[in-house]
Design a protein around this ligand. Structure first.
Ligand SMILES: CSC[C@H]1O[C@H](OP(=O)(O)O)[C@H](O)[C@@H]1O
Length: 350
Protein backbone atom coordinates (compact mmCIF):
# COMPACT_ATOMS: atom_id res chain seq x y z
CA UNK A 1 0.00 0.00 0.00
CA UNK A 2 1.30 3.47 -0.84
CA UNK A 3 2.49 5.09 2.37
CA UNK A 4 0.63 8.33 1.71
CA UNK A 5 -2.71 6.55 1.87
CA UNK A 6 -1.94 5.55 5.38
CA UNK A 7 0.08 8.59 6.45
CA UNK A 8 -1.81 8.74 9.70
CA UNK A 9 0.36 7.59 12.60
CA UNK A 10 -1.55 7.64 15.85
CA UNK A 11 1.64 7.50 17.91
CA UNK A 12 5.35 8.33 17.47
CA UNK A 13 8.47 8.38 19.69
CA UNK A 14 10.19 11.72 19.17
CA UNK A 15 13.67 12.06 20.76
CA UNK A 16 12.60 12.17 24.39
CA UNK A 17 8.79 11.95 24.43
CA UNK A 18 5.78 10.35 22.77
CA UNK A 19 3.65 12.29 20.33
CA UNK A 20 0.05 11.09 19.86
CA UNK A 21 -2.85 12.33 17.85
CA UNK A 22 -5.45 13.25 20.50
CA UNK A 23 -8.30 11.32 18.89
CA UNK A 24 -10.94 13.04 21.01
CA UNK A 25 -10.61 16.10 18.74
CA UNK A 26 -11.10 14.15 15.45
CA UNK A 27 -12.57 14.60 12.90
CA UNK A 28 -12.91 18.36 13.28
CA UNK A 29 -9.30 18.99 14.34
CA UNK A 30 -6.04 17.07 14.16
CA UNK A 31 -4.47 17.88 17.52
CA UNK A 32 -1.09 16.44 18.53
CA UNK A 33 -0.30 15.86 22.18
CA UNK A 34 3.28 15.50 23.50
CA UNK A 35 3.37 12.98 26.35
CA UNK A 36 6.35 13.44 28.67
CA UNK A 37 5.37 11.45 31.76
CA UNK A 38 3.67 8.20 32.68
CA UNK A 39 0.67 9.86 34.34
CA UNK A 40 -0.05 11.85 31.19
CA UNK A 41 -0.12 8.61 29.15
CA UNK A 42 -2.31 6.84 31.71
CA UNK A 43 -4.79 9.70 31.34
CA UNK A 44 -4.53 9.65 27.53
CA UNK A 45 -5.34 5.91 27.44
CA UNK A 46 -8.19 6.28 29.96
CA UNK A 47 -9.79 9.14 28.02
CA UNK A 48 -9.29 7.46 24.60
CA UNK A 49 -6.97 10.19 23.38
CA UNK A 50 -5.01 7.16 22.22
CA UNK A 51 -7.13 4.04 21.73
CA UNK A 52 -7.48 0.73 19.98
CA UNK A 53 -5.94 -2.45 21.37
CA UNK A 54 -2.59 -2.42 19.48
CA UNK A 55 -2.15 1.36 19.88
CA UNK A 56 -2.83 1.04 23.63
CA UNK A 57 -0.10 -1.63 23.85
CA UNK A 58 2.39 0.58 22.01
CA UNK A 59 1.47 3.61 24.15
CA UNK A 60 1.90 1.61 27.37
CA UNK A 61 5.30 0.33 26.25
CA UNK A 62 6.56 3.88 25.71
CA UNK A 63 4.93 5.00 28.99
CA UNK A 64 6.81 2.23 30.80
CA UNK A 65 10.06 3.85 29.66
CA UNK A 66 8.82 7.30 30.69
CA UNK A 67 8.10 5.78 34.10
CA UNK A 68 11.58 4.32 34.69
CA UNK A 69 13.63 6.97 32.84
CA UNK A 70 14.44 9.04 35.94
CA UNK A 71 15.06 6.18 38.39
CA UNK A 72 18.68 6.34 39.65
CA UNK A 73 20.93 5.10 42.49
CA UNK A 74 18.85 1.99 43.13
CA UNK A 75 19.57 -1.72 43.49
CA UNK A 76 18.27 -4.14 40.89
CA UNK A 77 15.79 -5.47 43.45
CA UNK A 78 14.54 -1.94 44.11
CA UNK A 79 14.35 -1.23 40.37
CA UNK A 80 12.35 -4.45 39.92
CA UNK A 81 9.83 -3.39 42.55
CA UNK A 82 9.42 -0.02 40.83
CA UNK A 83 9.04 -1.69 37.42
CA UNK A 84 6.29 -3.99 38.69
CA UNK A 85 4.52 -1.04 40.31
CA UNK A 86 4.68 0.86 36.99
CA UNK A 87 3.27 -2.12 35.08
CA UNK A 88 0.39 -2.46 37.55
CA UNK A 89 -0.36 1.28 37.34
CA UNK A 90 -0.43 1.31 33.52
CA UNK A 91 -2.55 -1.87 33.41
CA UNK A 92 -5.17 -0.08 35.54
CA UNK A 93 -5.92 2.44 32.76
CA UNK A 94 -8.20 0.09 30.76
CA UNK A 95 -8.93 -3.60 31.50
CA UNK A 96 -10.19 -5.19 28.30
CA UNK A 97 -7.56 -4.80 25.56
CA UNK A 98 -5.05 -7.56 26.31
CA UNK A 99 -2.38 -5.77 24.22
CA UNK A 100 -1.84 -3.48 27.21
CA UNK A 101 -0.92 -6.40 29.50
CA UNK A 102 0.92 -8.16 26.67
CA UNK A 103 3.21 -5.16 26.09
CA UNK A 104 3.81 -4.59 29.81
CA UNK A 105 4.61 -8.27 30.40
CA UNK A 106 7.03 -8.24 27.45
CA UNK A 107 8.90 -5.32 28.99
CA UNK A 108 8.92 -6.88 32.47
CA UNK A 109 10.39 -10.08 31.01
CA UNK A 110 13.09 -7.98 29.31
CA UNK A 111 13.97 -6.34 32.64
CA UNK A 112 14.09 -9.67 34.49
CA UNK A 113 16.43 -11.09 31.83
CA UNK A 114 18.85 -8.15 32.35
CA UNK A 115 19.16 -8.56 36.13
CA UNK A 116 22.98 -8.33 36.16
CA UNK A 117 23.19 -5.27 33.90
CA UNK A 118 23.63 -1.61 34.96
CA UNK A 119 20.31 0.23 35.42
CA UNK A 120 21.09 2.68 32.61
CA UNK A 121 21.57 -0.24 30.21
CA UNK A 122 18.24 -1.72 31.27
CA UNK A 123 16.47 1.59 30.66
CA UNK A 124 17.94 1.82 27.16
CA UNK A 125 16.81 -1.73 26.42
CA UNK A 126 13.25 -0.95 27.59
CA UNK A 127 13.00 1.94 25.13
CA UNK A 128 14.39 -0.31 22.40
CA UNK A 129 11.75 -2.97 23.15
CA UNK A 130 8.99 -0.33 23.08
CA UNK A 131 10.19 0.82 19.66
CA UNK A 132 10.37 -2.80 18.49
CA UNK A 133 6.78 -3.43 19.64
CA UNK A 134 5.75 -0.36 17.65
CA UNK A 135 7.58 -1.32 14.45
CA UNK A 136 6.43 -4.96 14.70
CA UNK A 137 2.82 -3.77 14.94
CA UNK A 138 3.11 -1.74 11.75
CA UNK A 139 4.46 -4.76 9.85
CA UNK A 140 1.86 -7.04 11.47
CA UNK A 141 -1.09 -4.83 10.54
CA UNK A 142 0.05 -4.55 6.94
CA UNK A 143 0.30 -8.36 6.77
CA UNK A 144 -3.20 -8.76 8.25
CA UNK A 145 -4.50 -6.58 5.42
CA UNK A 146 -2.73 -8.68 2.82
CA UNK A 147 -3.78 -12.01 4.37
CA UNK A 148 -7.42 -10.93 4.42
CA UNK A 149 -7.64 -10.32 0.67
CA UNK A 150 -8.74 -13.90 -0.16
CA UNK A 151 -11.90 -13.20 1.88
CA UNK A 152 -12.83 -10.02 0.01
CA UNK A 153 -14.32 -10.54 -3.48
CA UNK A 154 -13.68 -8.12 -6.36
CA UNK A 155 -16.96 -6.34 -5.57
CA UNK A 156 -18.17 -6.19 -1.99
CA UNK A 157 -20.30 -4.23 0.45
CA UNK A 158 -18.45 -4.52 3.74
CA UNK A 159 -19.86 -3.54 7.13
CA UNK A 160 -17.51 -2.60 9.93
CA UNK A 161 -17.91 -1.42 13.53
CA UNK A 162 -15.94 1.06 15.64
CA UNK A 163 -12.49 2.08 14.42
CA UNK A 164 -9.77 -0.40 13.53
CA UNK A 165 -7.49 1.65 11.29
CA UNK A 166 -4.13 3.37 11.63
CA UNK A 167 -5.56 5.34 14.56
CA UNK A 168 -6.10 2.11 16.54
CA UNK A 169 -2.69 0.61 15.76
CA UNK A 170 0.86 1.51 14.78
CA UNK A 171 -0.36 2.04 11.20
CA UNK A 172 -2.77 0.51 8.63
CA UNK A 173 -5.02 -1.12 11.29
CA UNK A 174 -6.60 -4.54 11.45
CA UNK A 175 -10.09 -4.83 9.93
CA UNK A 176 -9.55 -1.51 8.16
CA UNK A 177 -6.20 -2.75 6.89
CA UNK A 178 -8.11 -5.41 4.95
CA UNK A 179 -10.31 -2.66 3.53
CA UNK A 180 -7.40 -0.33 2.69
CA UNK A 181 -5.55 -3.15 0.90
CA UNK A 182 -8.66 -4.28 -0.99
CA UNK A 183 -9.06 -0.73 -2.28
CA UNK A 184 -5.36 -0.51 -3.17
CA UNK A 185 -5.72 -3.78 -5.15
CA UNK A 186 -8.47 -2.14 -7.20
CA UNK A 187 -11.41 -4.07 -5.75
CA UNK A 188 -14.79 -2.41 -6.08
CA UNK A 189 -15.66 -2.11 -2.41
CA UNK A 190 -18.11 0.00 -0.49
CA UNK A 191 -18.09 0.23 3.30
CA UNK A 192 -21.02 0.57 5.69
CA UNK A 193 -19.58 2.39 8.70
CA UNK A 194 -21.44 1.87 11.97
CA UNK A 195 -21.42 5.17 13.88
CA UNK A 196 -20.63 3.15 17.05
CA UNK A 197 -22.36 4.78 20.01
CA UNK A 198 -21.64 6.16 22.50
CA UNK A 199 -18.18 7.55 21.59
CA UNK A 200 -18.75 7.40 17.83
CA UNK A 201 -15.41 5.87 16.81
CA UNK A 202 -17.06 4.90 13.52
CA UNK A 203 -18.58 8.28 12.69
CA UNK A 204 -15.59 10.28 13.95
CA UNK A 205 -12.60 8.09 13.17
CA UNK A 206 -13.40 5.39 10.58
CA UNK A 207 -15.24 7.89 8.39
CA UNK A 208 -12.20 10.19 8.71
CA UNK A 209 -9.73 7.43 7.78
CA UNK A 210 -11.81 6.18 4.82
CA UNK A 211 -12.23 9.76 3.58
CA UNK A 212 -8.45 10.23 3.73
CA UNK A 213 -8.00 7.00 1.75
CA UNK A 214 -10.77 8.01 -0.72
CA UNK A 215 -12.65 4.73 -0.14
CA UNK A 216 -16.43 4.83 -0.83
CA UNK A 217 -18.47 4.49 2.35
CA UNK A 218 -21.73 5.48 3.96
CA UNK A 219 -22.18 6.19 7.64
CA UNK A 220 -25.13 4.42 9.28
CA UNK A 221 -26.60 4.49 12.74
CA UNK A 222 -25.87 1.33 14.72
CA UNK A 223 -29.49 0.19 14.65
CA UNK A 224 -29.57 0.22 10.84
CA UNK A 225 -27.30 -2.82 10.55
CA UNK A 226 -30.14 -5.35 10.78
CA UNK A 227 -32.10 -3.64 8.03
CA UNK A 228 -28.99 -3.56 5.80
CA UNK A 229 -28.39 -7.29 6.27
CA UNK A 230 -32.04 -8.26 5.81
CA UNK A 231 -32.11 -6.17 2.59
CA UNK A 232 -29.12 -8.06 1.15
CA UNK A 233 -26.94 -4.96 1.27
CA UNK A 234 -24.03 -6.52 3.24
CA UNK A 235 -21.72 -9.12 1.69
CA UNK A 236 -19.38 -9.53 4.67
CA UNK A 237 -18.64 -8.05 8.07
CA UNK A 238 -15.12 -7.46 9.40
CA UNK A 239 -14.35 -6.09 12.85
CA UNK A 240 -11.37 -5.75 15.17
CA UNK A 241 -11.04 -7.05 18.71
CA UNK A 242 -9.57 -6.21 22.07
CA UNK A 243 -9.14 -9.74 23.39
CA UNK A 244 -9.76 -13.24 22.03
CA UNK A 245 -9.99 -16.14 24.51
CA UNK A 246 -8.45 -19.55 23.80
CA UNK A 247 -11.74 -20.93 22.42
CA UNK A 248 -12.23 -17.99 20.04
CA UNK A 249 -14.77 -16.02 22.09
CA UNK A 250 -14.06 -12.40 21.14
CA UNK A 251 -14.35 -9.14 23.08
CA UNK A 252 -14.87 -6.10 20.91
CA UNK A 253 -16.64 -2.75 20.96
CA UNK A 254 -20.18 -2.90 22.36
CA UNK A 255 -22.60 -3.78 19.56
CA UNK A 256 -20.32 -6.36 17.94
CA UNK A 257 -22.23 -9.27 19.49
CA UNK A 258 -25.48 -7.90 18.05
CA UNK A 259 -23.87 -7.79 14.58
CA UNK A 260 -22.67 -11.39 14.91
CA UNK A 261 -26.18 -12.67 15.74
CA UNK A 262 -27.69 -10.80 12.80
CA UNK A 263 -24.90 -12.02 10.50
CA UNK A 264 -25.59 -15.61 11.52
CA UNK A 265 -29.33 -15.15 10.95
CA UNK A 266 -28.67 -13.80 7.46
CA UNK A 267 -25.82 -16.15 6.53
CA UNK A 268 -23.31 -13.33 6.17
CA UNK A 269 -19.60 -14.11 6.81
CA UNK A 270 -18.43 -12.53 10.09
CA UNK A 271 -14.68 -11.96 10.29
CA UNK A 272 -12.41 -10.75 13.09
CA UNK A 273 -9.04 -9.23 12.18
CA UNK A 274 -6.34 -9.14 14.83
CA UNK A 275 -2.62 -9.46 15.62
CA UNK A 276 -1.50 -12.45 17.72
CA UNK A 277 -0.84 -9.93 20.54
CA UNK A 278 -4.63 -9.71 21.00
CA UNK A 279 -5.06 -13.44 21.66
CA UNK A 280 -5.14 -14.42 25.35
CA UNK A 281 -4.69 -18.20 25.62
CA UNK A 282 -4.63 -17.89 29.42
CA UNK A 283 -8.43 -17.42 29.35
CA UNK A 284 -10.31 -20.56 28.32
CA UNK A 285 -13.48 -18.71 27.29
CA UNK A 286 -14.97 -15.26 26.82
CA UNK A 287 -16.88 -15.02 30.12
CA UNK A 288 -13.47 -14.54 31.75
CA UNK A 289 -12.63 -11.41 29.73
CA UNK A 290 -12.86 -8.25 31.90
CA UNK A 291 -15.37 -5.84 30.36
CA UNK A 292 -14.67 -2.15 30.92
CA UNK A 293 -17.58 -0.07 32.19
CA UNK A 294 -17.35 3.60 31.45
CA UNK A 295 -18.87 6.85 32.76
CA UNK A 296 -22.58 7.62 32.58
CA UNK A 297 -21.91 10.92 30.88
CA UNK A 298 -20.90 9.04 27.70
CA UNK A 299 -24.50 7.79 27.50
CA UNK A 300 -26.46 10.74 28.88
CA UNK A 301 -24.61 13.35 26.84
CA UNK A 302 -23.98 13.79 23.13
CA UNK A 303 -20.86 15.93 23.11
CA UNK A 304 -21.85 18.70 25.53
CA UNK A 305 -25.59 18.34 24.95
CA UNK A 306 -27.52 16.44 27.63
CA UNK A 307 -29.81 13.81 26.03
CA UNK A 308 -31.26 12.28 29.22
CA UNK A 309 -32.77 13.79 32.40
CA UNK A 310 -30.32 14.70 35.17
CA UNK A 311 -29.41 11.80 37.48
CA UNK A 312 -30.48 9.22 34.86
CA UNK A 313 -29.08 5.81 35.82
CA UNK A 314 -27.06 4.13 33.05
CA UNK A 315 -25.15 0.92 32.28
CA UNK A 316 -22.26 1.61 29.89
CA UNK A 317 -20.16 -1.48 29.04
CA UNK A 318 -17.55 -0.47 26.45
CA UNK A 319 -17.29 -4.01 25.05
CA UNK A 320 -19.27 -7.20 24.58
CA UNK A 321 -18.23 -10.78 23.86
CA UNK A 322 -19.07 -12.54 20.60
CA UNK A 323 -19.18 -16.34 21.04
CA UNK A 324 -16.78 -18.26 18.82
CA UNK A 325 -19.66 -20.06 17.09
CA UNK A 326 -20.76 -16.73 15.57
CA UNK A 327 -17.37 -16.11 13.96
CA UNK A 328 -16.55 -17.36 10.46
CA UNK A 329 -12.79 -16.84 10.66
CA UNK A 330 -10.00 -14.81 12.21
CA UNK A 331 -7.47 -12.95 10.06
CA UNK A 332 -4.00 -12.66 11.63
CA UNK A 333 -0.51 -11.82 10.46
CA UNK A 334 0.13 -15.59 10.28
CA UNK A 335 -2.86 -16.22 8.05
CA UNK A 336 -6.54 -17.05 8.25
CA UNK A 337 -7.77 -19.16 11.18
CA UNK A 338 -10.95 -21.20 10.81
CA UNK A 339 -12.72 -23.52 13.28
CA UNK A 340 -12.00 -25.50 15.39
CA UNK A 341 -10.68 -22.31 16.98
CA UNK A 342 -9.35 -23.78 20.27
CA UNK A 343 -7.03 -26.04 18.32
CA UNK A 344 -6.19 -23.63 15.50
CA UNK A 345 -5.58 -20.52 17.62
CA UNK A 346 -3.15 -22.53 19.79
CA UNK A 347 -1.26 -23.64 16.66
CA UNK A 348 -0.45 -19.98 15.89
CA UNK A 349 1.94 -19.98 18.86
CA UNK A 350 3.66 -23.33 18.17
C1 LIG B 1 -7.62 -2.64 16.22
S1 LIG B 1 -8.27 -2.81 17.77
C2 LIG B 1 -9.59 -1.69 17.72
C3 LIG B 1 -10.62 -2.00 18.76
O1 LIG B 1 -10.47 -1.11 19.88
C4 LIG B 1 -11.68 -0.38 19.99
O2 LIG B 1 -11.99 -0.05 21.30
P1 LIG B 1 -11.68 1.44 21.86
O3 LIG B 1 -12.05 2.41 20.78
O4 LIG B 1 -12.58 1.52 23.09
O5 LIG B 1 -10.21 1.44 22.21
C5 LIG B 1 -12.71 -1.29 19.40
O6 LIG B 1 -13.07 -2.33 20.27
C6 LIG B 1 -11.98 -1.77 18.19
O7 LIG B 1 -12.48 -2.91 17.60
Amino acid sequence: MSENKQAVKSIEWRDDHVRIIDQTFLPSRTVYCDIRDIGQMWDAIKKLKVRGAPAIGIAAAYAFYLGIRDIRDISFAGFNIEAERIAEYLASSRPTAVNLKWALDRILMTIYALREKPIEEIKAKVLEVAQTIHQEDIRTCRQIGLNGQELIPKKANILTHCNTGGLATGQYGTALSMIFHAHEEGKNIHVWVDETRPLLQGARLTAWELSQAEIPFKLVIDSASGHLMKSGMVDLIVVGTDRVAANGDTANKIGTYNLSVLAKAHNIPFYVALPLSTIDLSLSHGDLIPIEERDSAEVTQFGNARVAPPKTATFNPAFDVTPAENITAFITEKGIVRPPFTENLKKLFE
